[in-house]
Design a protein around this ligand. Structure first.
Ligand SMILES: [Zn+2]
Length: 117
């Protein structure tokens, strides 16, 4: 492993920041479900008019997609943090080669190298 302790520390900070940001977003549109790290999209009841119902559904659909996306990102971040802890961080999941540190800095939760992306 060629990644220095300082480098990993920097990555860890980036991941933790990202984690906090995403959790905040998720809490805004959903509520935590019984499964840790997973959220349920909130359905906002704004009214009973046909127009209001339509926008409720539209908002819910948008949030549902956003929530799935954020949840996926959060999962990648949590996994990256685990890999830092157990010393397997920075290796491509596919070809097992070391991932370019530049790529890790730009995209700390990367699981694959540029070639395998
Ligand atoms: Zn690879």
């Amino acid at each position: 492993m060629t990644l220095s302790k300082d480098f990993l520390e920097k990555i860890k900070n980036k991941l933790t920041e990202e984690q906090t940001r995403i959790q905040g977003e998720l809490e805004r549109i959903g509520k935590p479900s019984e499964v840790p790290g997973e959220y349920e999209t909130r359905f906002n009841d704004i009214g009973t008019d046909e127009d209001e119902n339509a926008s409720e559904v539209e908002e819910y659909t948008d949030n549902l997609a956003l929530e799935k996306n954020l949840e996926g990102q959060l999962k990648d971040i949590n996994e990256a943090l685990v890999r830092i802890e157990d010393g397997t961080y920075g290796f491509c999941e596919n070809c097992q080669q070391e991932i370019d540190p530049e790529r890790l800095l730009a995209y700390p939760s990367a699981k694959t190298c540029i070639k395998c992306k």
